[in-house]
Design a protein around this ligand. Structure first.
Ligand code: BTN
Length: 324
């Protein structure tokens, strides 16, 4: 039995009896019970109450490919072939990387659940089903990897711009590519590249946005985080978030491909959570300390170390939202 029709019925947050669910899906009550357990195994919080049946408290907002295409298809025609929505994958980034081997040049994947969501530096990205956004955009760039230095900042800015369409105050970016709300992590970005330094290359831009983190999943997250529902005080429609993300990301990536990072520099400075603040930048065993003086035209961090300003190529900024 396919579990998606069952999930769709439970997504309204109301009680449904095993019998009614069985009748509407033409299966036995025990088949329903087995599928409910399957949903629980992948982290869906299904309550059962004797005499009432099953319900998912708060309901779920599931992604709808038809709606995304109806809203975006005329502006971004490539989506017709490229947009894919899966119930569960190991990691949308891994799946998009596999598509490169199959010859794909552009592919956009959303998943309702990731069994092995990947964060930066080998960390895990907790990905409960039907909550949050897990997406990866595969894009082939004519230029080589060397020309893509500022891309991860462009992706972070795109996420910030998309989320600005919702009632969220306190949005900011953290170099090189975190999106924060009131100093807590709201979205994470993981770029994976394949290709030559100076020839065409493929990039997978993985974006995870917290729309609503259920309590049980939140307990497993090892850094201060927030989610859109908590900040806006209202339920968030994940399709609206997906639409805003695709739109701003596609427009900005096209612009970056044409004009490079320079047009984005000023926007970054306007939203930089750490501009003018004392930080440590850690890259492997190397630690630099100084004041954030901005970024350069390639998206490198400019660090003022006792009056000497120099660009930083990579690393992690501290104070981090993650406890040291
Ligand atoms: C970070 O550590 O801040 C980066 C997190 C990136 C998570 C997203 S979720 C969609 C995509 N698929 C993954 O496995 N990771 C990225």
């Amino acid at each position: 039995m396919n579990v998606i029709p069952l999930l769709e019925r439970l997504s309204d947050g109301q009680f449904h009896s095993g019998q009614a669910l069985g009748e509407s899906l033409s299966v036995s009550r025990s088949a329903i019970w087995k599928q409910i357990n399957r949903l629980r195994d992948i982290g869906v919080d299904v309550h059962s109450v004797t005499g009432h049946g099953y319900r998912i408290p708060g309901g779920l907002s599931l992604l709808d490919r038809g709606r995304l295409l109806a809203e975006l298809g005329s502006t971004h025609q490539w989506l017709d072939d490229a947009l894919d929505i899966r119930f569960t994958v190991d990691s949308t980034n891994l799946e998009a990387m596999r598509r490169i081997r199959d010859g794909a040049n552009r592919y956009l994947l959303f998943a309702e659940h990731q069994s092995a969501g990947r964060g930066r530096r080998g960390r895990q990205w907790i990905s409960p089903l039907g909550h949050n956004i897990y997406m990866s955009l595969l894009w082939r760039f004519q230029s080589g990897i060397a020309a893509l230095e500022g891309l991860s900042l462009v992706v972070a800015l795109s996420v910030l711009q998309a989320l600005s369409r919702f009632s969220l105050s306190g949005l900011a970016v953290k170099w090189p590519n975190d999106v924060l709300v009131n100093g807590r992590k709201l979205a994470g970005i993981l770029l994976e590249l394949q290709g030559d330094v100076d020839g065409p290359c493929h990039v997978v831009m993985g974006v995870g946005v917290n729309t609503r983190i259920p309590e049980a999943a939140g307990a497993a997250i090892d850094q201060p985080y927030s989610d859109m529902s908590a900040v806006s005080g209202a339920p968030v429609d994940r399709n609206d978030v997906a639409i805003a993300l695709i739109d701003s990301l596609a427009q900005n990536v096209e612009r970056f491909e044409r004009d490079g990072f320079t047009p984005f520099r000023q926007q970054w400075l306007e939203h930089d959570a750490y501009l003018g603040r004392r930080v440590e930048v850690r890259s492997g065993d190397h630690v630099s300390t100084g004041i954030v003086a901005g970024i350069d035209d390639n998206g490198r961090l400019l660090l003022d170390e006792q009056g000497r300003i120099s660009p930083v190529f990579g690393g992690e900024l501290f104070p981090s939202v993650r406890p040291v």
